[in-house]
Design a protein around this ligand. Structure first.
Ligand code: FMN
Length: 244
């Protein structure tokens, strides 16, 4: 009897779809993961979905037992794929210290698959306040973000707090790569390839346990000096102006 392979769902929240740098980093992570656990990866590009915003009716937490009343868009498909995945990778660029609005709209619409709030105590950050209602056994989550700035810890901080509060501080893996735009811009792209290779390595480690904190630190460390970074960004904006 052929064993079914594990499923990895990569949700790409960048409006740039496959051109997204964060997506490329997350894809390398998925490759590393798959090389160790044999999982098949399916990608959902949020930019290709048709998603109506949550109306705030809360029916999915009451009357309709986890099902959203809006049924004529992409959310039922996304919901099914999330519930049947062994690993979920959420990839997105930082926008205004948060996630892109289109991805947030998707998450809001998935309220029904998370536990109903019944006045539980909110004093334990490790617990998570919006855990999945019926989690698939062994299901794991990795959050992979990128930002334009050099200071990834600051840029990622509000997202980290958001996920800690929702999922629980130790219940997901995460990293945020800084300077990606400038890095991809920088000459031969060798430095960006290095990030991809580190992310592949992180995926391999995640498949068999936790990502080594030292590797996360390397992934989150700015590669370019602040001087080179400024010079590249300056050139980028000048070229953009020239292209008008
Ligand atoms: C609307 C918008 C807001 C942004 N806000 C931030 C920000 O607050 N902090 C930051 O470091 N980068 C910010 N960026 C830069 C992106 O996070 C960065 O370029 C990212 O690496 C792009 O990833 P992508 O190629 O996957 O879309 C912003 C970009 C856009 C378009």
């Amino acid at each position: 009897m052929k064993l079914l392979s594990k499923k990895t769902l990569l949700i790409n929240g960048s409006p740039k779809g496959e051109r997204s740098l964060t997506f490329r980093v997350a894809n390398a992570f998925a490759e590393g993961l798959s090389s160790k656990d044999g999982s098949e990866t399916e990608c959902i590009h949020v930019s290709q979905l048709n998603v109506k915003p949550c109306t705030g009716c809360l029916s999915c937490w009451g009357r309709t037992e986890s099902i959203c009343v809006i049924k004529d868009d992409s959310i039922p498909m996304v919901r099914d794929k999330i519930l049947s995945a062994d690993t979920i990778i959420m990839a997105f660029p930082i926008y205004f210290f948060g996630m892109p609005g289109t991805l947030k709209t998707v998450i809001d619409r998935l309220l029904g698959i998370f536990c109903t709030f019944r006045g539980q105590e909110l004093d334990n950050i490790k617990a998570g306040r919006h855990a999945l209602r019926s989690p698939r056994e062994g299901q794991r989550l990795a959050v992979i973000a990128s930002c334009g700035f050099s200071e990834s810890a600051e840029a990622f901080y509000p997202i980290k707090v958001q996920y800690d509060l929702c999922i629980g501080e130790d219940k997901y893996a995460r990293f945020c790569c800084p300077q990606l735009k400038a890095l991809a811009q920088a000459g031969s792209g060798q430095r960006f390839e290095k990030i991809l290779s580190l992310s592949r390595q992180a995926g391999e480690q995640f498949a068999v346990g936790q990502i080594d904190p030292g590797l996360v630190e390397t992934l989150e460390k700015p590669v370019l000096s602040q001087k080179t970074y400024r010079m590249l960004m300056e050139k980028f904006w000048q070229d953009e102006k020239g292209a008008e």
